[in-house]
Design a protein around this ligand. Structure first.
Ligand code: FES
Ligand SMILES: [Fe+2]
Length: 418
């Protein structure tokens, strides 16, 4: 399957061979209907493995974090067991009368104690104590722990699955993509900055924008001038490949691009000299391994790349870059609202004013570019809601969009009970 080439014209043929079985027309209803959104919640988001955190967020036994999964109206406690060190996840709901057991964002404990009537639970979720337990003759202590959420790990990432009985393990679900990127050095990048942006649009409008480069030369003409090349002026992605339901691509950059502004020149020079990326963790740890030479990244050997796009279906993307990597999360909040959470990872905290400046510049730049997507996908939603437009048209150079919609439909078409 992986015939690799860098010539865009050849590549287009390659993408056509592998990516155009999906849909060239997509009904606008899929973006505007509350009923279809409800189906997505029941049949897609509740049935797939969702990346929610990194193992490094709870390194010690007894460490825990709370996560709100707004898409599924769920709150979850993820905890590394005090005794066996295993990471488990539980609904944040006390089995006495439903109170959210954990109110803080995270911490360290050996016991969870409910703030309402004082029921207590071990970090493996088992019931520990009930004040006045003689008044609960119906309680089978072995059966009355915290309700678990399926939880598994891939390359340092904690995934949850809200299905009662997932049809695949996480390893089966990630399949070929999981194997290809199993050794990406995510763990070497330990300093993160969060950028959260809400967009008043359907989540698929937002995801579509991150599955094609076609709009970059127009919408991001001023904010992202460094990508277009003479050979591929419309920024179509290279090596677009499908590992159902996941996918990936390689995104070019222009090696001849030279920033005109003094500030950007300073940042470019600093990056070239290894700002934020070559100095290790500052605690004697070795420098972070670069993504550029990692297995699965830039398989076609493009001479100059911006990032690798790794789509972990349906709500996450990972973007390794020269500076670190970004984790994009697309959390639907309703049929016409999505929370776009970017976590930008660097090898280490800034250790100089120059490094801090580079970090702030890169994050601000990202926020500004995404703000353009927020504005554009908002007016896109307005156009779709007008009722006059029955379908939209997806081009041959947008195969990731077609493919992903095909995968979503496959989940919605499944007949198994939800
Ligand atoms: S609701 Fe938790 S102890 Fe009563
Ligand atoms: Fe964009």
């Amino acid at each position: 399957m992986n015939k690799l080439q860098t010539n865009w014209t050849d590549h287009w043929g390659f993408a056509r061979d592998f990516g155009l079985d999906g849909e060239e027309r997509i009904a606008t209803e899929r973006y505007t209907s509350p009923e279809i959104y409800q189906q997505e919640k029941d049949k897609l988001f509740r049935k797939t493995w969702l990346a929610v955190a990194r193992v490094s967020e709870i390194p010690e036994p007894g460490d825990y974090i709370k996560r709100k999964i707004l898409t599924l109206d769920a709150e979850v406690v993820i905890v590394r067991d005090k005794k066996d060190g295993v990471i488990r996840a539980f609904y944040n709901a006390c089995p006495h009368r439903g109170v959210a057991l954990v109110r803080e964002c995270g911490g360290q404990t050996g016991v969870f104690v409910c703030p309402y009537h004082g029921w207590s639970f071990k970090t493996d979720g088992k019931l520990l104590g009930i004040p006045g337990s003689e008044n609960f003759p119906q309680i089978d202590r072995k059966q009355t722990g915290l309700a678990p959420v399926h939880c598994d790990i891939w390359n340092g990432y904690i995934f949850l699955n809200f299905d009662e009985e997932p049809r695949q393990t996480l390893a089966e679900y990630l399949g070929e993509l999981g194997e290809l990127y199993a050794e990406l050095p995510f763990a070497d990048y330990r300093h993160a900055v969060d950028i959260i942006q809400d967009a008043p649009t359907n989540w698929k409008n937002f995801l579509d924008a991150f599955n094609e480069g076609y709009h970059v030369a127009v919408l991001h003409a001023k904010s992202l001038p460094a990508l277009a090349t003479k050979e591929n002026p419309l920024n179509h992605m290279y090596d677009q490949a499908f590992m159902a339901p996941h996918s990936h691509a390689t995104i070019q950059s222009n090696p001849d691009y030279r920033p005109a502004g003094k500030v950007e020149q300073l940042v470019f020079r600093a990056i070239g000299e290894g700002a934020l990326n070559k100095s290790g963790g500052g605690d004697g740890s070795p420098p972070a391994r670069p993504f550029g030479t990692a297995r699965g990244v830039n398989r076609i050997g493009l001479p100059s790349t911006s990032s690798e796009l790794i789509n972990v279906f349906p709500l996450s993307q990972f973007h390794p870059t020269a500076l670190g990597y970004m984790w994009f999360q697309f959390w639907p909040l309703s049929h016409e609202r999505v929370r776009f959470a970017t976590r930008v990872y660097f090898a280490s905290k800034p250790r100089s004013y120059r490094d801090k400046f580079v970090e702030v510049f890169m994050c601000t730049k990202h926020r500004d570019v995404v703000s353009e997507d927020v504005a554009m996908t908002h007016v896109q939603q307005i156009g779709m809601k007008s009722g006059g437009l029955k379908h939209i048209n997806i081009g041959e150079m947008e195969p990731l969009v077609r493919f992903t919609h095909g995968q979503i439909q496959e989940y919605l078409n499944r007949q198994d009970p939800c």
